[in-house]
Every structure is written in structure tokens, then in C-alpha cells.
Design a protein around this ligand. Structure first.
Ligand SMILES: [Zn+2]
Length: 313
């Protein structure tokens, strides 16, 4: 294949999605593997190499972009990611460079999603926004005046670890009460056991052995009162937090991305309504809540690819 392509990799808490696309965002191959299957990063890299090689695409790759939890653009390492089984500091960018013999750029997975959304998605018209990724955890990427905010050490924008409830739920980061312990796929599932309600006993959720956040959303849609309460609690917790974060960067919009956000307009409308209830008056009715336009295309993979084009230009 003659077209120059970038390899984009999104390392999530559950799956590793990856694919190749050109500088226009045209995708030529995309797939995902469960990351729990790979005990070491080297085994994962080998599998990605094998699958890309099988497609005959290795020679066309001009660079590699990686979005990963706690990925640091300055050092190319993943550091102490609470939702990954690989512990400590992992030099992921250099491990990819060694195997593929191509330049690799690594950043936080939510930052990669923000770039993808800005170049190809629902943030094309925005210079000031924040993306909120709702998956195994809660990630965020903050864009101010068209630039991603990295901070002095590359770790800016960890909204998921604002401690919103003193001595609240224990977080994967080792602290208590972080936003992502309430607002994320795992947070929704924790709410099933940790919230109390007169409707709990009659709920179908009380009879189920294994529950996913999708089950809770589906049951809420079909009128299960306890499931509705959980979704409402989740939207209220997120809306209240987003109201406070507005004080930091005064965004024109928050873009909700990932598993939970796929429940689309009704959840986003609830979040918006709670945000407006709690927000400082100078920000009232100024901030949109949008849902990512790139679920099907995977904004994180596109965003990871766009790291490469950004670097080459
Ligand atoms: Zn935390």
C-alpha cells in the first residue's frame, strides 16, 4: 500500500483498540483485543505487530500514536495507571519504537480522544472545551485556546481524580471519594450495591448475579425504578462536578465520550440539567453538553493517529 498511514493505539482499562488511518482520518484497519490477556506490554506489542503485519501494513506506517491511562507525553511512559494490571512505570513508547522501528508518541488516552474529537469529530468548531471519557474510569482532556493542556509534567487534566465526596468510595489510585468511583462504568455498577433505596428489593438488579453498566441503563429505560435512581445519581454527580470544573477553564462545551455516553441524549440532558442547577451564575446557560460523534469510528484511535500527523507537520 502506497498511502502513508499512522498506527493509532488506544489502551483502555478493558480493551486495547488499534487501527491505521491516513491524515484525513480514513481508516484502513481497526480491531481490538482484551488487555487482560497480555501479562506484559511486550506480549501486547508483539500481538499488535502480528495483526498489522497480517494485513500487510507494516511498511506503510510512518509513526505510532498511543493513548493510554496516565500516559505521559514528555517521558513516553505509562506511570502507575490505576486501572491497568501492568504496575509501576512502563516505557511504552520506546518499547513500540524498538519493535516497529518507527517513532512513537504517547499521551493520556483522554488527551488522544480530545485531539481526535477536535480534528475529526464534534469539537471541530471549538477552541475551548473538555472531553470527559466515561469508560472503566473517568478521563478528561482539556483544550484551551485550541491547545491541549499538558501541565509542567504532562499530567494535567485528571478530572476523574478530583475527590468529590470526603472519605467516599475507595479509588484505584489509593485515595477516597474520587469522581470516577461514582461516574464511570465501574462506578455505576458499584452504585448497585452501595446505594440504598426503597425500590432496591423490587429491582431486577437485585436478582442479577453479574451486572454491567449497560444492564443498569437498559433497565432504567424500561422503567426499573432503582435503575432509574442510579442513573439519576450518576448524572447528578457528574453534572455537579462539571459545574465546578467550569470555574477552571470556562469551556464552551463538555463532550461526553465512551460507554456510558453512548446512551446519548437522555443521559447528556440530565447531566446538563444538574450542571445548570449547581453552576456559578456567570457560567449559566453558556456551556453545552455534547455527545461524541465518533463512537463508531473510535475517537481515541483516530486521536492517537492524529498525534503522528501533528508531530510530522
Ligand atoms: Zn482516584
Amino acid at each position: 500500500m502506497k498511502t502513508k498511514i499512522a498506527l493509532g493505539i488506544d489502551i483502555g482499562g478493558t480493551n486495547v483498540a488499534f487501527g491505521v488511518c491516513d491524515d484525513k482520518g480514513n481508516s484502513f484497519y481497526e480491531t481490538s483485543v482484551p488487555n487482560a490477556s497480555y501479562e506484559t506490554p511486550e506480549l501486547l506489542i508483539e500481538e499488535i505487530y502480528r495483526l498489522i503485519d497480517q494485513q500487510g501494513l507494516i511498511e506503510s506506517i510512518v509513526g505510532i500514536g498511543i493513548g493510554a491511562p496516565n500516559g505521559n507525553i514528555n517521558t513516553g511512559t505509562i506511570e502507575y495507571a490505576p486501572n491497568l494490571s501492568w504496575k509501576g512505570s512502563i516505557p511504552l513508547a520506546s518499547l513500540f519504537e524498538e519493535r516497529f522501528n518507527k517513532k512513537a508518541i504517547l499521551t493520556n488516552d483522554a488527551n488522544a480522544a480530545a485531539i481526535g474529537e477536535m480534528i475529526y469529530g464534534n469539537a471541530k468548531d471549538l477552541k475551548d472545551f473538555a472531553i470527559i471519557t466515561l469508560g472503566t474510569g473517568l478521563g478528561s482532556g482539556i483544550v484551551i485556546n485550541g491547545n491541549l493542556v499538558y501541565g509542567h509534567d504532562g499530567f494535567a487534566g485528571e478530572y476523574g481524580h478530583f475527590r468529590i465526596i470526603p472519605n467516599g468510595r475507595t479509588c484505584g489510585c489509593g485515595r477516597k471519594g474520587c469522581l470516577e468511583t461514582y461516574v464511570s462504568a465501574t462506578g455505576v455498577v458499584r452504585s448497585v450495591t452501595e446505594l440504598n433505596s426503597p425500590n432496591k428489593e423490587a429491582s431486577a438488579l437485585s436478582q442479577m448475579e453479574s451486572i454491567s453498566s449497560c444492564d443498569v441503563f437498559d433497565l432504567a429505560d424500561s422503567g426499573d425504578a432503582f435503575a432509574e435512581e442510579i442513573i439519576d445519581f450518576t448524572a447528578q454527580t457528574l453534572g455537579s462536578a462539571l459545574a465546578d470544573y467550569a470555574c477552571f477553564s470556562s469551556p464552551a462545551a463538555y463532550i461526553l465520550f465512551g460507554g456510558i455516553a453512548q446512551n446519548g441524549a437522555p443521559f447528556a440532558a440530565k447531566v446538563k440539567s444538574y450542571m445548570e442547577q449547581h453552576i456559578l451564575n456567570i457560567y449559566q446557560n453558556k456551556i453545552e453538553i455534547r455527545v461524541s460523534a465518533l463512537h463508531d469510528k473510535n475517537a481515541a484511535v483516530l486521536g492517537a493517529c492524529s498525534l503522528v500527523w501533528n508531530e510530522l507537520n
